[in-house]
Design a binder for this molecule. Structure first.
Ligand SMILES: [Zn+2]
Length: 265
């Protein structure tokens, strides 16, 4: 089924809830626009997103909510341990289901496990019979906080959702950056349809380069570069390309690319 056919099915079935990756929600919105369909006026009222951090990234979530006319929630998990978290009305993070899991956070420097703080999420599932895993290292980087949430829950909350994969963190000129931090900035620009970030190693130095798909040209690209510099303290070359140039994704997106460039002499 193509994306346009899925949009048509959503309209025909008067679907009220959509579950997919955040990337695919935006892809469906784009497909609807191309078909002249205002999906924001459809029966859809809620969207639930997994597979990527997008629904916990405010600018991405707002774009999904505006384009689809829904309220969006994040639903975290990992294949090996199952679905483990959900965002709440406070909209500033994800609660872990501690009735089903023992959650720990591994300090990346000391290797010590703690029940809150910064580090890698480690999970023990109490309810899986087929594939029980004990202290499974999820590879997800989180900031866990304890205390009562504005929604009333007291379970461990991952502030801002999952920041990204531990392996995806890059260090540019001494600054640690997750791809989700770049997305949080790029998605604030409504003129950007799609984007890609490359970490390029030149002469053993890492550089970030961003390509934005936009009709806004060099002026818009410069505004994105300035916002990245202001918010993250790093320089990132931003190049504009024409709409429809970058790849589209039906599942998890691959917008972050690493490559090595031979230095020209
Ligand atoms: Zn809450």
């Amino acid at each position: 089924m193509s994306s346009a056919e899925r949009v048509a099915a959503i309209i025909a079935a008067e679907a009220t809830v959509l579950m997919c990756t955040p990337t695919y929600a935006l892809r469906l919105a784009e497909a609807a626009r191309a078909e002249g369909i205002d999906v924001a006026r459809s029966a859809l009222r809620v969207s639930i997103h997994a597979g990527e951090p997008g629904a916990s990234i405010p600018a991405t979530r707002e774009r999904i909510e505006t384009e689809l006319g829904v309220t969006s929630f994040d639903h975290t998990g990992a294949t090996e341990v199952g679905a483990h978290g959900f965002s709440c009305d406070a909209r500033d993070g994800v609660h872990l289901n501690e009735a089903e899991f023992v959650a720990e956070i591994l300090d990346p420097v000391t290797g010590q496990a703690a029940d809150e703080g910064d580090g890698e999420l480690v999970m023990t599932n109490l309810g899986r019979w087929g594939m029980p895993v004990i202290r499974y290292r999820t590879g997800d980087r989180v900031h866990g906080v304890r205390g009562r949430c504005a929604c009333g829950r007291t379970s461990l909350k991952l502030a801002g959702g999952i920041a990204g994969r531990v392996d995806d963190m890059v260090t540019v000129r001494g600054v640690n950056v997750f791809p989700s931090a770049i997305e949080a900035i790029v998605r604030r620009f409504a003129e950007v349809e799609e984007y890609r970030v490359e970490l390029v190693t030149v002469r053993e130095m890492d550089e970030l380069r961003c390509t934005v798909e936009t009709r806004g040209g060099a002026e818009l690209a410069e505004r994105v570069a300035n916002a990245i510099h202001r918010d993250l303290g790093i320089r990132c070359a931003v190049a504009p390309v024409a709409p429809g140039t970058l790849p589209r994704f039906d599942m998890k997106a691959k917008r972050f690319v690493r490559r090595r460039e031979e230095a020209r002499t």
